[in-house]
Ligand binder design. Structure first.
Ligand code: AMP
Length: 559
């Protein structure tokens, strides 16, 4: 046993209704995260809850699933039964999407409302009837004051990222909104931190709440493995490219890459294989026989990367493992500790690498604190780093060849060439050939360098009343807004069809098909219009991916 939990709770154990179980399984979720294990049962029972958890822990599903569990399927009544308040439009969209995905089979009607988006559409949707409203406080109050948001039938209110809402000056708005909901409602409050101001809000509005803190318990004691721990901050779209770059620089003998879901395992394995790595997928949806085959290939050295979910990797002991990669920040510190415990054994040095999205800084900090680890945040290796590393490898290979001193049969080549060329030039040409033969071509794309951002850095309005329109960040998607034309260096000759571009863009970015403008496919290239606000994201996402199995030049169209 290597310290993994073997008495894990399943979604089955949580007693969720079949429609939700089906949705979770279709999404490839294999087991509830710790916050879900602890929060779902009391929430389903109707208890109030005060939870300390950051983004990356799975907190959204922790409150969304109980809300849906209690929802009448295909309900027809118009006023909402649940209200989720969130600090930003981004989070409103994210939470609505999650509720929508989980609640599809229940016919859940979920509406995000936030400032900056046309209010008319929101008014119309409210009028036609909704089950769950996910709102920023400013817009919720606005709709309340217009009489279009009716909260009289609300049975659950969730305050998500409550500390952020207070920091943004929404305290009075929250009070006003809560005042419009029935006293009998269930109240759920999630927050990454618990400042005193939040305590008093909780005391006033929560009734005998269950308290949950994820990551409170110290990580299991014991001899700490010798593991070099690093994290890289990478936007979601650039993750596959960043992982490839990091693997190139680290050149692990054998590595395990942890993903959250089966879907992520499958798609990452495919991407990595497409990029020339020998990766194998391992997840709970596979038969024992399939798993044994995968492990055999890893042990036999015909694969060097294992892409796995926690569940599938539980109990595995892979001797030659040198690197553990967290493709996402783990949902709890204990999970991080278990994962990295797989390397750095028996006195060997191991490496743990975590890819974190800019929003996930809090969860990473929490892991550092609880796991007693020092995780160095490093920059994704640049193209220059990679080239330097490859040259190093070529130099090392040449050195070895020189030391072997078995070169006499090539002497005639050098001697004849030196009649015509300088010896240095001959050597340079030979190094170039050796370098290229080892795969050292220099055709890499730069990966955007980003740092952690707090939500406030992301262009939010200043806190405090009277500070101008709050929760109004410039919309990322501007329906009918200005468009950017992108050049894609592959066209009809490469078999590209409009659907391939739409698929690549919607698959790799947050854009929907309807956000994409006109597409022109020419013989050797294609042009595609995307919202100007998302152009840079689309460019880096498309550069990081393959279109029709090939890499293509992507840039803004100069015309
Ligand atoms: P959150 O902390 O709510 O922002 O969730 C972080 C990410 O974890 C989201 O991408 C979710 O889709 C994903 N997620 C949530 N719960 C699970 C689970 N039980 N298994 C796998 N992924 C999950």
């Amino acid at each position: 046993m290597d310290g993994d939990r073997d008495t894990s709770t399943t979604f089955d154990d949580l007693g969720l209704r079949p429609e939700l179980q089906a949705a979770l399984s279709a999404l490839g979720y294999e087991e509830p995260t710790p916050i879900q294990q602890e929060a779902i049962p009391p929430l389903v029972e109707g208890r109030d809850l005060l939870g300390q958890a950051a983004t990356g822990t799975g907190k959204t599903a922790a409150f969304a699933l109980p809300v849906l569990q209690r929802l009448t399927a295909h309900r027809r009544e118009k006023p909402p039964v649940a209200l989720v308040l969130v600090p930003t439009r981004e989070l409103a969209v994210q939470v609505s999407e999650a509720l929508h995905r989980y609640g599809k089979d229940l016919g859940a009607r979920v509406l995000p409302v936030y400032g900056g988006a046309p209010i008319l559409r929101q008014l119309r949707s409210l009028e036609s009837g909704v089950d769950v409203v996910v709102a920023t406080p400013g817009r919720a109050l606005d709709l309340l004051n217009r009489g279009s948001l009716q909260l009289g039938e609300v049975t659950t209110v969730v305050l998500d990222e409550a500390d952020e809402m207070l920091d943004m000056g929404f305290a009075e708005d929250l009070e006003a909104i809560l005042g419009e909901t029935p006293d009998t409602r269930q109240t759920v409050l999630f927050s990454a931190t618990m400042p005193r101001r939040l305590d008093s809000l909780a005391r006033r509005h929560l009734d005998d709440p269950v308290r949950i803190t994820i990551g409170r318990e110290k990580a299991p004691a014991g001899e700490a493995p010798r593991v070099r721990q690093t994290a890289y901050v990478v936007p979601r779209a650039a993750k596959p490219a960043a992982l490839g770059r990091i693997l190139d620089v680290e050149s692990p003998a054998a590595a395990i890459v942890f993903c959250r879901t089966r879907e992520e395992v499958d798609s990452l394995t495919e991407t990595l294989n497409g990029r020339g790595y020998r990766a194998e997928a391992l997840h709970g949806g596979m038969s024992q026989e399939q798993r044994d085959r995968v492990m055999g290939r890893l042990r036999g050295g015909t694969a060097d990367l294992l892409v796995a979910t926690d569940v599938a990797a539980r109990g595995l002991d892979i001797e030659q493992l040198t690197h553990v990669v967290n493709y996402d920040v783990p949902s709890a510190p204990e999970s991080y500790v278990h994962r990295i415990g797989r390397v750095g054994r028996a006195g060997r040095e191991g490496v743990a690498i975590t890819l974190a999205e800019p929003r996930e800084h809090r969860q990473l900090k929490m892991i550092e604190k609880v796991a007693g680890a020092t995780i160095a945040v490093e920059k994704v290796p640049t193209v220059a780093d990679l080239r330097a590393r490859r040259l190093d490898l070529t130099r090392a290979a040449l050195r070895e060849s020189l030391l072997e001193n078995n070169l006499d049969r090539f002497r005639v080549v050098v001697e004849t060439l030196t009649d015509e060329f300088d010896l240095m030039e001959v050597a340079l040409a030979a190094v170039k050939l050796a370098h290229e033969a080892a795969g050292g071509t220099d055709d890499d794309e730069e990966i955007p360098q980003v740092t952690f951002r707090t939500d406030r850095d992301a262009g939010r309005a200043p806190a405090g009343r009277g500070a101008g329109p709050r929760d109004q960040r410039p919309p990322r998607r501007v329906p009918g807004g200005s468009a950017a034309r992108l050049f894609v260096g592959a066209g009809r000759d490469a078999g590209i069809r409009p659907g391939d571009l739409v698929g690549a863009i919607t698959g790799e970015t947050g854009l929907k098909g309807r956000d994409i403008g006109s597409i022109e496919i020419h013989q050797r290239f294609a042009l595609v219009e995307v919202p100007e606000s998302a152009a840079d994201e689309v460019i880096s996402a498309l550069r990081a991916t393959m279109i029709k199995g090939r890499k293509a030049t992507i840039r803004r169209d100069k015309a």
